[in-house]
Design a protein around this ligand. Structure first.
Ligand code: E4P
Length: 219
């Protein structure tokens, strides 16, 4: 299972990379804005900086919403670095654009996916990744994990190669449950990944081992 970090914060991307758990990065326009990255040139330079940190795929989202504009923007993003994945919204022109990119060998991430039908369309046009937003579904009292299960079943039935990238992951149980279902990738904040390592019995056990070692050294 791959771990992508869902942020445009370079320090957090570096921290996850240095922990050895990072397989890639996803960004979106809101995450870029949160880091204060505005203006075409700054945004482009920021994507390049992210690609310098990680060895994995980096999703860069198009702002355009028409086919022709998405193609121009997506091709420019893809030319920045071999690890850039063009992130395209699940809209009609987005579907056409994903098909175009896929035929040209450009990797894509179909974003803003909230139903199994949308995921089926993304796979049919050859998306590299599909991003169902499980946290946002949970926010509206709909089971996000159930959607991951449904997509997994559908993709298995037909041998679709599109990777399920569980997005909008918010906490460690999302990650564990996605792993149980068999999602290919999760993307979420560093805090959710770091929380996987925490257990009070580990902390207590270590404190006890160190205390016993120190006592024995005194004798
Ligand atoms: C996916 O790629 C999105 O960037 C992201 O996971 C959205 O998460 P949020 O619902 O926490 O904003």
């Amino acid at each position: 299972m791959k771990f992508f970090i869902d942020t445009a914060n370079l320090a957090q991307i570096k921290e996850a990379h240095e922990m050895g758990i990072l397989d890639g990065v996803t960004t979106n326009p809101s995450l870029m804005a949160k880091e204060g990255i505005t203006g075409h040139e700054n945004i482009i330079n920021h994507y390049k900086a992210i690609c310098e940190i990680t060895d994995g795929d980096v999703s860069a989202e198009v702002i355009a919403t028409t086919f022709d504009e998405m193609i121009v923007e997506g091709e420019a993003l893809a030319s920045l670095h071999e690890r850039i994945v063009v992130k395209v919204p699940m809209i009609k022109d987005g579907i056409k654009a994903i098909r175009y990119f896929s035929q040209k060998g450009i990797k894509t991430n179909c974003t803003l996916v909230f139903s199994a039908g949308q995921a089926l369309l993304a796979a049919k046009v050859g998306a590299t990744y599909v991003s169902p937003f499980i946290g946002r579904l949970d926010d509206v009292s709909t089971d996000g994990l159930r959607l991951i299960e449904d997509i997994n079943l559908i993709y298995d039935n037909y041998g679709f190669q599109t990777q399920i990238l569980a997005a909008s992951v918010r906490h460690p149980m999302h990650i564990i449950n996605c792993a149980k279902i068999g999602a290919d990738v999760i993307t979420g904040p560093l805090s959710a990944m770091a929380a996987l390592m925490k257990h009070p019995l580990t902390d207590n056990g270590l404190a006890q081992f160190l205390a016993d070692h120190a006592k024995a050294a005194v004798v």
